[in-house]
Design a protein. Structure first.
Length: 273
């Protein structure tokens, strides 16, 4: 049996979380109810196994991987529930799963028989204050004008596409304004590039960078908004985090350019509904 927990019950899965899980900003942001996500368990009263779904990006499995009361239903639950939720909430047709260890790797391959699992790697970058400081001095010469991402901009119909982006990560714009923040570059009042908090837990902020139009890329806009975002983090004692997939060369290059260093690589599976 697999059931969805109410957000008020998310704390029930806390005993299932490892020390490593508790350092994962995206995972913990969902458990804390900060960002848009869902949690599914085998038993709503005494869960042994859970799937924590950060809807905009990835799903994590925690607890007992040998619990057949959960894993035996996973394939059909994906068909019946998760696929429709993904389509309804973010229009998504692809699903990504973090592979926690060899035990979960084996279980996922055995359980998800209805899907073709495509193996990949996620890259987690750690912020280096020393590298950032040195690289920031070079960026200081940039003449690109950056401004905070505020309610006025987000309520402007011309920038609906930014609001749509934020809505994939946040339950409401009010939540974003209360717990997250962002910076952007404008052209004629329209957002060209943005860096914003995608997931937030404690003082950890997992950031998202977008430059929307192809012709505006490779002009330093992404670096400009990211450095502004990082300046805010440094001033306020926040810890920025950067995650991306192995094929996103532009994201990897930007992470390195802005003072991040590769911390670890982790296995993921992707499949199409």
């Amino acid at each position: 049996m697999i059931v969805e927990l109410d957000v008020n019950e998310y704390s029930k899965i806390t005993p299932l979380l490892s020390e490593e899980d508790q350092t994962n900003v995206a995972l913990m942001s969902i458990v804390a109810g900060n960002n848009k996500g869902k949690i599914f368990v085998d038993d709503p009263k005494h869960p042994r196994t859970a799937m924590i779904w950060a809807i905009a990006s990835i799903a994590f499995f925690v607890g007992d991987s040998r619990n057949s009361k959960f894993t035996a239903y996973l394939n059909s639950y994906m068909d019946r529930k998760i696929r429709q939720d993904s389509l309804d909430i973010i229009g998504g047709t692809w699903f990504t799963i973090a592979v926690a260890d060899e035990a979960w790797d084996k279980v996922l391959n055995e359980a998800l028989t209805g899907y073709e699992l495509i193996e990949g790697e996620d890259l987690a970058f750690e912020f280096s204050a020393d590298r950032y400081s040195k690289l920031r001095q070079e960026q200081a010469e940039s003449r690109i004008q950056v401004r905070p991402l505020d309610a006025e901009l987000l309520n402007d119909p011309e920038n609906d596409f930014v609001l749509e982006d934020l809505n994939e990560f946040w339950n409401s714009i009010g939540d974003f304004m209360d717990k997250g923040f962002g910076y952007c570059v404008l052209k004629d009042g329209i957002v060209q590039s943005v860096c914003f908090s995608g997931y937030v837990y404690g003082n950890g902020h997992d950031l998202v960078v977008r430059t929307y139009e192809e012709e505006e890329r490779q002009k330093g806009l992404g670096a400009a908004v990211t450095f502004a975002y990082l300046d805010h983090c440094v001033r306020n004692g926040l810890v920025p985090h950067w995650t991306t997939d192995e094929e996103n060369e532009a994201s990897i290059a930007l992470a390195n350019k802005c003072g991040f260093v590769l911390k670890e690589k982790s296995k993921v599976y992707e499949f199409e509904f």
